[in-house]
Write a protein that binds this ligand. Sequence first.
Ligand code: ZN
Length: 442
Amino acid sequence: MFDLVLRARRVITPEGEVARSVGVRDGRIAAVEPFDAVPDAARVVDLGEDVALLPGLVDTHVHVNEPGRTEWEGFETATRAAAAGGITTIVDMPLNSVPPTIDVAALEVKRKAAQGKVYVDVGFWGGAVPGNAGHRRALHDAGVFGFKCFMLHSGVDEFDYLRPHDLADALHQLSGFGAVMIVHAEDAGTIDHAPGAHGRRYADFLASRPRGAENLAVARVTEFARWTGARVHILHLSSSDTLPMIASARRDGVAITVETCPHYLTFSAEEIPDGATQFKCCPPIREADNRERLWRGLAEGVIDCVVSDHSPCTAELKRGDTGDFGLAWGGIAGLQVGLPAVWTQARRRGHALTDVARWMATRPAELFGLRRKGKIALGYDADLCVLAPEEELTVDAGTLHHRNPVSAYHGSTLTGVVRGAWLRGQPIGAEPRGVLITRGEA
Ligand code: ZN
């Protein structure tokens, strides 16, 4: 006897897209049966002909900003938006909240801020900054999923970046207890020598963050990983120039993985209007040919996964009034629409929902040790996303659950509408039933 059976003609499993009846017991997937073999259950839900059942997405790159900058987002709004976007697990970044998550006391402050407010499961990253080496092991033991560092100014003064020598030391340290370092890879010196980002022209902003800054930083991280044996993960990859280098290092056995984001796979520099600061993020959205190379990197498996890098702020800080790229906060708000954005582009390039589920659920879960997340398979949490993959929507930033109504996707018509999400076998609805998760236990 099961608590719940969900039936769909299109169930996205590790074996492909198949018609199945999915049985749930005690919050876990306990049966994946042929569509017509409906197990006995307290509740049977027939999902209908026009939807697909995906594993709930796992978004390991979200800036919730609470406490400290809760006017930018917050646990309640972020996790509501996640659920509405088919995401059932997020991992929160250690910066932009105050205090930043650089010691156990700060992690406790953040956990307290999140407690009782989350609609999806939430884990936390720790931060690696100059001066916190003595706190990293304790943070690791307290259950953070790994450590984030920057290689240039992070955008907020309270989260300093690691200079090359400190980065090598930190990687050596983390390799000692098997923690992953996730890296914002842009080189400080290259950015310092690039022209400044002033004014409304997108081309000027792009020139201020050249590909070379990413290329050099990724090369440095790769070699440090090779020397130290540390596991590294490149965040929000934008420069496709780096892909051959990453592939080559991997062939040598360097433990390096990489993510990109829906906005790099959707937009192109050529199409961004001057003054449209909702598109400002770092590293920046580059040219259309670069975007196509990122798609090739995904198709070939060099890029492991796609996560949001949801990094919102208030409308005021986006400087929509002046459209000045130099002054606007850098970060794209897109948590709720990442799945339709990626699916819209993926289907045009001949990819299937099974690919999207692998990039946005299975791989991120595997990379960071979320052992019961990211797959519709026996023993996994019954975290599920119901998607109408042929239905269209036009994004209105004002109707998203994000706290602030500014998004690069505003006005975009996307294919794929999330009809609902389930967390451990319960429909995500009025009550915040998410839990705070720790590394190794989720
Ligand atoms: Zn980020």
